[in-house]
Design a protein around this ligand. Structure first.
Ligand SMILES: Nc1nc2c(ncn2[C@@H]2O[C@H](COP(=O)(O)OP(=O)(O)OP(=O)(O)O)[C@@H](O)[C@H]2O)c(=O)[nH]1
Ligand SMILES: [Ca+2]
Length: 500
């Protein structure tokens, strides 16, 4: 046997069938792994979309949400893609010109058409939920509220999306869905730390919602959810007329005693407005709401002078009077004879809670005592000084921060009975992971059944782990085959030679 022939015998790779078989197995494994990887994760992530219009008392916002198409039931997957603020006031302000309510939505809905890919338009649901402004209009004039809703419905139906209805949501829904939004975005439904309560302060109503283990004495304020395999018993209450715009009317109404013969010479010296603030206001424009009923129509024709005196202690005392705590038919109440169990846990406070406290730079890092000191200093600041310091802030907002901030602290402390520790457990928030806190996301998740009652099965391994494991295993198999070929076929000592 010459040298070249001996080499061929010793090295199995020189046998074509072994070489071909091994290469074939290796290629097959690589193909198998590639198919498994590609099937487990599509090359292009597919997104779905949903639109919710928040028709609030002061304004309307259009929110566009998006989520990966194949992960609808996982917690925290839906996020806000875009938000558009509708120009002008809330839809209830169009009670006498209802056709304008629908028209007002055009700009933001056109924007939605551009934001959502065209091939998804027809399957994108659109919901409109109206809150306290429309609740008040319905109380005042049912026909007007129906006409406004018909107008927005007509407008939304002209778009290529899947229209799912426009309605006035209840205060209970508003509170509960705000709580779902906060806890969904914070992924609390699957954490051992539990959920946090939700505090929403709007223009016309305010909501408080939290999990309570106490006996619920008023069924209207209780709601049960089963989410991701856990049961939650929520306490939720919405106070109509206790949003920051309407409560200002309640407060002002208490400051002015109506007289049979009203004149234009009435001066209101107001401790919640700044020294130097001096504005002529019309009774009709201030008291144009079913929340205030003290003045007759002829009395409302007059003007009054609204003069600030900037005294926080007096302001705080006066604001407390908007909460009626003299009567409670339950074992315990917040105010106005409304049942409320003791507050528990952490709270996320959003909407006007955030706008006001963010401007005043009051956070939960300040103690309740420090927060009051900040407000005291703000309320006594002369009006001219403030205007010079904040030329870019809307004057209406600037003038009302003293009242609103004092009201927020009083609502928490005197209304909901927050202690100094509860205050420390309260965060003022606008967004969670870039999605706005509010009832709209929770409302859509509920209506699209995107929060399952039971926890969905999760893969044992995340995608990255799965890919790594498959690759390592494949390499291991290839190495084993190669080694196997070498060792089993290698000629070993004299026995081998004999065979040859
Ligand atoms: N300071 C300040 N106030 C704001 C801002 N945006 C809205 N507000 C006011 O904050 C209050 C609450 O606003 P929203 O939460 O939008 O209230 P809404 O949804 O219209 O009212 P509801 O129907 O009662 O929920 C209203 O009095 C608004 O005028 C802002 O950017 N800064
Ligand atoms: Ca609102």
């Amino acid at each position: 046997m010459d040298e070249q022939q001996e080499m061929k015998v010793k090295n199995p790779w020189h046998r074509p069938h072994i070489f071909l078989a091994t290469t074939g197995i290796a290629v097959a494994i690589i193909i198998m792994v590639s198919i498994a990887v590609v099937q487990n994760k599509p090359l292009h992530q597919k997104y779905k979309y949903g639109i919710v219009l928040d028709a609030g008392s002061s304004h309307t916002s259009v929110y566009i949400y998006e989520w990966p198409a194949e992960k609808e039931n996982n917690t925290g997957m839906v996020r806000q893609k875009h938000a558009c603020s509708v120009k002008g006031k809330g839809i209830s302000s169009y009670s006498k010109t209802p056709e304008k309510a629908g028209e007002s939505l055009k700009e933001c809905m056109d924007e939605a058409k551009k934001t959502i890919p065209k091939h998804r338009h027809h399957e994108t649901p659109v919901y409109l939920g109206a809150t306290a402004g429309m609740r008040l209009l319905k109380m005042e004039n049912d026909v007007d509220s129906i006409n406004v809703l018909a107008s927005v419905e007509k407008s939304l139906q002209t778009y290529p999306f899947s229209y799912q209805g426009a309605r006035i949501i209840t205060g209970q829904e508003e509170g509960a869905f705000g709580w779902i939004t906060v806890n969904y975005l914070s992924e609390n439904f699957r954490k051992a730390t539990g959920t946090e309560g939700a505090l929403d302060l709007g223009g016309a109503s305010t909501q408080i919602t939290f999990v309570s283990g106490q006996k619920m004495e008023s069924p209207d304020d209780s709601i049960d959810f089963r989410l991701y395999g856990n049961d939650y018993r929520l306490y939720t209450h919405s106070f109509l007329c206790y949003g920051k715009d309407q409560v200002l009317k309640l407060y002002l109404e208490q400051q002015i005693q109506p007289k049979p013969n009203m004149t234009d010479n009435i001066i209101l010296e107001d401790p919640c407005f700044h020294p130097g603030y001096n504005v002529a206001k019309n009774f009709q424009s201030v008291f144009d709401s079913p929340c205030v009923k003290k003045f007759t129509n002829s009395q409302k024709e007059h003007n009054f002078r609204h003069r600030g005196i900037g005294n926080w202690t007096k302001c705080n005392e006066a604001i407390k009077k908007v909460f009626n705590t003299s009567h409670c038919r339950y074992s315990r109440c917040s105010f106005n004879d409304v049942f409320q169990p003791p507050v528990q846990g952490k709270f996320g406070a959003f909407s006007a809670y955030f706008f006001v406290m963010n401007f005043l730079k009051v956070t939960n890092y300040h103690s309740l005592v420090e927060a009051k000191k900040i407000l005291d200093a703000y309320c006594t600041t002369p009006w001219d000084t403030l205007k010079q310091k904040h030329p870019d802030v809307k004057e209406k907002y600037l003038a009302e921060y003293c009242f609103s901030g004092t009201y927020i602290i009083s609502l928490l402390e005197d209304g909901y009975k927050f202690t100094a520790d509860d205050w420390k457990n309260t965060k003022f928030i606008k967004t969670i992971k870039d999605s706005e806190a509010g009832w709209t996301l929770g409302y859509m998740l509920n209506l699209t059944n995107m929060i399952p009652a039971e926890a969905p099965d999760t893969p044992l391994l995340p995608h990255g782990g799965y890919v790594s494991l498959m690759t390592v295993l494949s390499l291991l198999i290839i190495v084993c085959i190669i080694l196997g070929c070498i060792f089993f076929r290698r000629p070993s000592g004299p026995a081998h030679k004999e065979i040859i």
